[in-house]
Design a protein around this ligand. Sequence first.
Ligand code: ZN
Length: 232
Amino acid sequence: MATESRIALMKERFYSTLASLRTLTNAKNTAYIEDERYKELIEEVSTAKITARKTSRDYWLLRRYDVLTIDQKSKLIFPVKDIISTIIYYACDSELFDILHEAHIQIGHGGRDRMMKVVGSHYKNITRKDIETYLELCEPCQQKQKNIKKGIVVKPIISSECNSRCQVDLIDFQSQPDGDNKFIMVYQDHLTKFVVLKPLSTLYWTYLLYLVLLQYFSLITAENFPTELLRI
Ligand SMILES: [Zn+2]
């Protein structure tokens, strides 16, 4: 599918998911601003700004909103406290997808928290949920998630009998030897966790043990374990 039509489809799905989420939650105190409401707010705030005798509703509006007009286009913004503050906009519904998509691509398919940081520094009313809704529709990200999930599923090794499986490790204390002993072999039964410790004196035996470990990838069966090593 061509990129444009893929994005168009993604956009369509995004808005339909958003609509059903909003119907489900039916929250009164929501962050989103539908396009019609956005225009009304610009009108209301512009009027409140120039009204000499302000009502409490006017003050309420002016605490939350301001209007910035550039090239005869009015934008709803969060009131700027000082001249060095960056302008934080309110996004209307129809802009939401494009803002999220642009930010997501810009940060190389970045995850939720990175997007929240980027988008949050420019927009006041884009929520974590909006970002999550968007991310669930991004195919490359979903594919990446699937691969990660596949990777972390580790099938546990189950042992039903004592001495049927063991794990072998080596403790190296060459820098502080105890008499002739410079290594300790740790043999642990997989089921019972019973541990056998065996001091080793020379590198030769250690090397031999390493060969065994390499051969069995650290996890070897007790039947196969060379018993002569335990008698060293
Ligand atoms: Zn993505």
